[in-house]
Design a protein around this ligand. Structure first.
Ligand code: HEC
Length: 147
């Protein structure tokens, strides 16, 4: 009996968290917009360590173009329009250029930022393709400013 109650309790808490997070979703904090990545070389399932659409990639320009609008649709509400943070979330123009910045970018978009069950940043890679996310990274690098 006690065990059953405990189990019910755990299940209940799980349900609550689920309800709360879907409510967050419903409020538009996280309503990812599909990104059309047509024209970009497909990257497969496995996550790459570094941005493939760098300046020497044939699809670089297309990636920057797609990335700019994908950013504004999916990241700007927290990170600021055009990458200019209003202070809610870090200013992504200041991410390091090159592989260091790529690694941190990749880590964050895959893992999001979740502390004590609170979602500060959703796991964007659950909603957007690797192509779309690297395109955003390619655009961000064109906006880079030193800290
Ligand atoms: C719901 C708000 C929200 C959305 C939407 C969001 N982020 Fe974030 N992001 C945050 C917050 C808050 C942090 C800071 C997390 C921390 O330091 O704990 C963060 C951190 C980051 C970082 C690390 C920055 C640094 O300087 O450490 C990267 C990279 C990042 N986000 C990329 C993105 C990208 C790309 C998107 C869109 C595809 C996105 N985020 C969408 C809220 C958001």
């Amino acid at each position: 009996m006690t065990i059953n109650k405990k189990l019910l309790g755990v299940a209940g808490t799980g349900m609550l968290t689920l309800m709360l997070s879907s409510q967050l979703l419903a409020h538009g904090d996280v309503t990812p917009q599909a990104v059309d990545t047509a024209g970009l070389a497909p990257l497969g399932e496995e996550w790459l360590e570094a941005n493939p659409y760098g300046t020497d990639h044939p699809d670089h320009e297309r990636a920057v173009e797609i990335g700019a609008s994908a950013y504004n649709q999916n990241c700007a509400r927290c990170h600021g329009l055009e990458g200019i943070s209003g202070g809610i979330a870090p200013d992504l123009r200041m991410l390091e250029v090159g592989i260091e910045g790529d690694e941190w970018f990749q880590y964050r978009v895959i893992n999001g930022a979740v502390r004590d069950g609170r979602v500060y940043m959703p796991k964007m890679a659950d909603y957007l393709s690797q192509e779309a996310l690297w395109a955003i990274r390619a655009w961000l690098e064109t906006q880079h400013v030193e800290q």
